[in-house]
Design a protein around this ligand. Structure first.
Ligand code: FAD
Length: 589
């Protein structure tokens, strides 16, 4: 649970008007995150976790402290594009505030986020398991969201080059991309979207021509985050290649050529964005830029999807992280502010609203770690885990990114008018939350991928249904009636998704089906997690909340607060562990 220690919250006194409700500044975001700390041992072996804990602790401290300060500054001092250098040469460059550079040093230098999946970091002599990498991302993003894009695309670009690049390309790029030395490091990015198409990738128009023994690119890319990365992976259509996605090839586009000259593309302008303002997103014009083919020239789109799917998982984790920050902020505000003679958190209507932040934030964390674990097992060769990953990734990206918007708005509202003011982090969280439903696929596109392709074409849901049934069967501590309801919710969600996937006329229901799957899967995960710890079974209570509030059909006129629900809300907002027997009694009532 998101526990903001009460001692940090100022008491309501006669002089409360001098002191606004506190926020989470100065807290250690790892130490206060009882949920993360409860779940990590389910996925990481004890010795790995023991070695990682000091680093989680350090990042938690930074996220609540220095990183948070830097993020606020960088957000207010966004990058600036200069078209020429001081000699008047067309050497475009982007100027960043020192706060952004300091965050880069923490991310790429101290923690080496970009290399965590590719080589030993933090004293380990092998890559970290995905669960650990995403736990680091989860902590970092609670302070800074914009920079996570360059971190993640550098990581995913390395993956693509390592998997598909020729030996020559690998030896050119990987030592630089894997370096943590800012003077030597090449950071990566990914440019797909053009004016002609973002969702409709087959419409891309950028052309690749073979000239003087090299591939050269012509065209424009319309949305380029981390615009000035040292190497961009992009899709272009070689002359004579067929239309549609089949004709797209994957290329690596270096910013500088081997002799140090600027490659022939220009950053035309930077976007004036709603959120992620610390990070540069721009437009580029390719004027015969040299590019290196990556992998099979006729399979560019398929190869690029590897990177897209990795990014989608990271976006789901980022949404989970932002929701945690939102929840912590909302709790701090509601506990520290008085209205009508009592703390805001004591008002029954407010308690109900807070639950609307608690539930999606906890669902997203469960889903994120379960998905990351599937990735680790898929990387180790499990075909079953690969199928889980195929479906879980779009489910998480779709639902968590959408939930993040409502949760951020809820956190803003919990702080009252101050929540809207840029001196408080909630305003930035509201702005940043919205991008999750756009980049790496809009909600519609992701829901269609989950239901139409992952369920319909790949049949990935069979493996997930099997896995979750096993989880339920193992969770003997879950009260039998609740277990039966979870099993039935799962069956119905999978049957609904199958029927939508089968029927071309039912495409308009893809989001509904993806939502049902996400909620049913997360309810089972929460129940399973909830009975693992006899001293703290709050997640079992949450599984019933998901079942009754996010899966059951809503009849606003018919709903009256049930007795169990009032007890569950009191327990979940009480800031204290709930013994398993007590949670079982509430869930069974
Ligand atoms: C800040 C920011 C940074 C970005 N960074 C990058 C980047 O670094 N690299 C990159 O390649 N791209 C980037 N993007 C682009 C982003 O991925 C696209 O904007 C996104 O994929 C949507 O494409 P589009 O803008 O062309 O919208 P469109 O594809 O035109 O979509 C418009 C609407 O139509 C809907 N729609 C489209 N097709 C269907 C369908 N079949 N069924 C139902 N609805 C549909 C969409 O859901 C959406 O609501 C960035 C975008 C932003 C805002």
């Amino acid at each position: 649970m998101a526990i903001v220690p009460l001692e940090r919250v100022s008491p309501v006194t006669a002089s409360a008007s001098d002191l606004l409700a506190p926020d989470c500044r100065g807290l250690n975001f790892f130490r206060i995150d009882a949920s993360l700390r409860q779940l990590l041992p389910l996925y990481l072996d004890a010795s790995t976790l023991a070695r990682l804990e000091p680093y989680f602790d350090r990042l938690g401290l930074l996220a609540g402290g220095r990183l948070d300060e830097l993020a606020a500054i960088a957000d207010k001092h966004p990058p600036v594009l200069h078209a020429r250098d001081r000699h008047g040469r067309d050497e475009d460059f982007i100027e960043y505030h020192p706060a952004y550079r300091e965050m880069e040093a923490i991310a790429f230098g101290e923690f080496e986020f970009h290399a965590m999946s590719h080589r030993g970091v933090l004293g380990f002599d092998a890559p970290l398991p995905p669960v650990a990498k995403y736990a680091f991302q989860y902590l970092f993003v609670q302070a800074e969201f914009g920079l996570m894009c360059p971190i993640s695309v550098t990581d995913t670009s390395i993956h693509l080059v390592a998997k598909y690049g020729s030996d020559e390309l690998k030896s050119l790029l990987l030592p630089r991309m894997l370096s943590a030395d800012p003077a030597r490091q090449w950071k990566g990015t990914q440019f797909i979207t053009e004016k002609a198409g973002g969702s409709d990738v087959g419409a891309l128009e950028t052309a690749a021509r073979r000239e003087r023994g090299q591939w050269r690119l012509y065209g424009e890319k319309w949305f380029c985050s981390h615009t000035d990365a040292d190497v961009a992976l992009l899709l272009a259509r070689p002359e004579g290649a067929p239309a549609g996605t089949r004709g797209l090839a994957l290329f690596a586009l270096p910013r500088r050529l081997e002799d140090g000259r600027r490659n022939a593309y220009r950053i035309v302008r930077l976007k004036d964005k709603l959120g992620t303002r610390s990070m540069a997103s721009g437009e580029i014009r390719l004027e015969g830029a040299v590019a290196y083919p990556v992998g099979d020239m006729s399979g560019g789109f398929k190869q690029m999807l590897d990177q897209v799917n990795l990014s989608r998982l990271s976006h789901g984790v980022r949404a989970a992280a932002m929701m945690r920050r939102c929840l912590n902020e909302a709790l701090a505000a509601a506990r520290g502010r008085a209205a009508f003679g009592r703390r805001v958190v004591e008002h029954p209507l407010m308690r109900r609203q807070l639950m609307k932040l608690v539930v999606p934030a906890e669902q997203a964390l469960s889903m994120a770690l379960f998905t990351a674990d599937a990735m680790g097992r898929a990387n180790a060769g499990s075909a079953e885990a690969e199928r889980l990953l195929r479906l879980l990734t779009p489910l998480l990206k779709f639902r968590a990114c959408r939930d993040n918007i409502a949760v951020a708005t809820g956190a803003m509202e919990a702080r009252g008018g101050n929540g809207y003011i840029e001196e408080w982090v909630t305003a930035r969280l509201v702005r940043d939350a919205h991008i999750g439903v756009l980049w790496e696929g809009t909600s519609n596109i992701i829901a269609l991928d989950a239901v139409g392709r992952a369920v319909g074409k790949s049949g990935a849901h069979g493996a997930l249904a099997q896995r979750l049934s096993e989880r339920l069967a193992q969770a003997s501590g879950v009260p039998p009636a609740h277990r039966a309801r979870l099993g039935s919710a799962l069956d119905r969600a999978f049957a609904f998704a199958e029927s939508v996937a089968r029927d071309p006329q039912a495409e308009s229901l893809a989001r509904k089906a993806a939502t049902a799957l996400y909620n049913a899967v997360s309810a089972v995960l929460l129940a399973h997690e909830g009975v693992q710890d006899p001293y703290d079974a709050r997640r079992l209570l949450l599984s019933r909340m998901v079942l009754e509030h996010r899966l059951a059909p809503h009849d606003p006129l018919g709903h009256a607060e049930m007795e169990w629900e009032g007890r569950a809300i009191n327990l979940l907002l009480a800031d204290a562990p709930v013994p398993l027997e007590q949670a079982r009694a509430v869930v069974a009532s």
